[in-house]
Design a protein around this ligand. Structure first.
Ligand code: FES
Length: 260
């Protein structure tokens, strides 16, 4: 970690700024690139961003300290975020976080002595349907347990190739920050675009031949319902909650699930 950014790093920061009609709009991705280059948002990084964007260092610092994805202390090779927001917490997130603190011998927002893992409890990541969720360098690890989370960090520390259950191979924190800065690693297509829980509604709709109404407000192009569907529609309109509960129950029990 130097006291100055490299010539190439400064050039890439300028490249990001040039992508925006108003250069100051580039500050957020520029700070991600600083994190990629420096491991965290350093004073030198703040100064360079301020110079390029004609801002004061205080203004850049105000942004960097407002958003929790910007780190003011060095981050390890892998940032492990345990969601302890409401749903994940009650589904086991609090227990996972306590287990990892003990397992790694670190507190919140601290890094292991070998520099491999930084542990942080994080807020809802909009993946509540997979609670409890852990993220590694912003890749999702769904439906975790204290045991699976401990194995996950052990694998990361051992240098094993680790893949998110959704497919993507986990890179280093600095690699992930470079992608967030707007420099793709050409791995966006690794794994499925959405997991099975997120697609449950679509699957149920297809099973029941449900389609969306036409966008122009005219009648839906769907065919007339068959007897089974008509009966379901009747039940649905009579009591939405019962039908939703039924679908939820099917998902939980796996009844009617895809082979996956
Ligand atoms: S509460 Fe954890 S992802 Fe929403």
């Amino acid at each position: 970690m130097g006291t100055e950014l490299s010539t190439q790093g400064v050039a890439e920061l300028r490249e990001i700024a040039a992508r925006y009609p108003h250069a100051q709009s580039a500050l957020l991705p520029m700070l991600h690139l600083v994190q990629s280059l420096e491991g965290h948002v350093t004073p030198a990084g703040i100064e360079v961003c301020a110079q390029i964007l004609d801002l004061s260092a205080a203004e850049v610092s105000a942004v960097a300290t407002f958003y929790t994805m910007y780190k003011r202390r060095p981050v390890g090779d892998y940032h492990v975020g345990v969601c302890t927001n409401t749903l994940c917490a009650v589904m086991g997130g609090d227990t996972i976080f306590e287990r990892l603190k003990e397992h790694l011998d670190v507190g919140n927002d601290e890094t292991t002595d070998d520099g491999r893992i930084t542990l942080e409890h994080i807020e809802c990541n909009a993946a509540c349907d997979y609670a409890p969720v852990v993220m590694v360098n912003w890749e999702f690890f769904d439906n975790q347990t204290p045991q699976s989370a401990a194995q996950l960090v052990d694998d990361l520390r051992d240098g094993a190739t680790v893949r998110s259950p959704r497919g993507a191979r986990v890179g280093t924190w600095r690699e992930a920050e470079r992608v967030l800065a707007g420099f793709p690693d050409n791995r966006a297509n690794e794994g499925p675009a959405a997991g099975s829980a997120s697609l449950a509604g679509l699957r149920i709709a297809r099973e029941r031949d449900w389609t969306a109404p036409a966008a122009n407000g005219s009648d839906s192009p769907r065919a007339a319902p068959g007897p089974r569907e008509a009966a379901e529609q009747s039940a649905y309109s009579g009591n939405d909650a019962i039908e939703i509960e039924k679908s939820d129950s099917e998902m939980r029990t796996g009844k009617g699930n895809d082979a996956s």
